[in-house]
Design a protein around this ligand. Structure first.
Ligand code: ATP
Length: 292
């Protein structure tokens, strides 16, 4: 097992009486590109904020590059970038002023990349001199992404980075992620609800459910090993193999079970219960099956 960049041990977080993260443990190894999935309110933003030390946990510990998240060194901070769900740009500044400000804070700044992205993403000379408050939500999102990529981070954490981008913007962002970030072995965690985007870039996915990482792994492998088994409820009890990830009943007495198991185990199930159906899943099916 290689050293983890992110090591989360048993963190919990509640808001009032609602438990959002429940003794969650997770380790992320270098170079992983992980799509973080979960229903609205599952706690993705809370997890990302706790992971970065931006929100205090009630219990547990987080280390980034082996350092406690509450006490990160300047060198470690310089390796990390975060794009929050809500714009946190200094709205009273212009893009040029804001980027100059951040440039002064980092030991390394990729001016050529910043210039190229500003040009490609529609910030001409006039736009660069307008206060950020006058930009649209999608334009602010682009600026947030440019700011995050500017210091060539080794760890990039993005909370729904494409939510307010139009399809062209999303495509350009994903291309930038694939070309500029993933090829340099950057570790990326990004939450999203746009599964088609995730299928294009995420090599791994992780599902957050009931306050824990309920399922994670390489996307291809998860789709190959997870199937929906359906049939009459009476025939589908507990099969006693693999890992049951979700179960639902329909009004006509049928039951669907989402099971993760080996190809051999599904073959044996097929032979033993010819009346049940075993179907491959799309990522959307997997999302619904695991998170419902
Ligand atoms: N500051 C807060 N005070 C009270 N409750 C909060 C606070 N922040 C988050 N919550 C609650 O914690 C839960 C998890 O919120 P979070 O934003 O982490 O979910 P999410 O998975 O990112 O959701 P979405 O997909 O809708 O963005 C929600 O029920 C939310 O209402």
């Amino acid at each position: 097992m290689s050293a983890a960049i992110i090591e989360i041990k048993n963190i919990s977080k509640s808001f009032d009486s609602k438990t959002v993260l429940d003794q969650l443990s997770w380790r992320v190894e270098p170079g992983k590109v992980i799509g973080l999935l979960g229903r609205n309110g599952a706690g993705k933003s809370t997890l990302l904020e706790c992971m970065l030390g931006l929100r205090e946990t009630d219990a547990g510990a987080v280390t980034l590059y082996g350092e406690g998240v509450d006490n990160l060194s300047v060198q470690t901070r310089a390796k990390i970038a975060y794009v929050p769900q809500q714009s946190d740009l200094f709205e009273w500044l212009t893009p040029n002023q804001m980027l100059d400000y951040f440039k002064a804070l980092y030991p390394h700044w990729n001016t050529a990349k910043v210039e190229a992205l500003l040009g490609r993403w529609g910030f001409d000379a006039a736009a660069r001199k307008k206060p950020i408050s006058q930009f649209s939500g999608g334009e602010k999102q682009r600026l947030s992404i440019i700011r995050a990529l500017a210091h060539d981070p080794e760890l990039l954490i993005l909370d729904e980075p494409v939510a307010s981008l139009d399809p062209v913007g999303r495509r350009e962002f994903l291309r930038e992620l694939i070309d500029g970030v993933i090829e340099r072995d950057t570790t990326v965690i990004f939450s999203t609800h746009i599964l088609s985007d995730l299928e294009r870039v995420a090599l791994d996915i992780a599902f957050l459910k009931d306050g824990k990482i309920a399922l994670e792994g390489p996307l291809d492998e998860l789709l190959e090993t997870t199937h929906r088994v359906s049939g009459p409820a009476l025939a589908i009890t507990t099969f006693g193999f693999g890992l049951e990830l979700g179960r639902s009943n329909d009004n006509a007495g049928g039951t669907d079970v989402i099971i993760r198991a080996s190809a051999g185990e599904f073959e044996r199930l097929r032979a033993a219960h010819p009346g049940v159906r075993i179907d491959a899943l799309s990522l959307e099916d997997l999302f619904v099956g695991v998170t419902q």
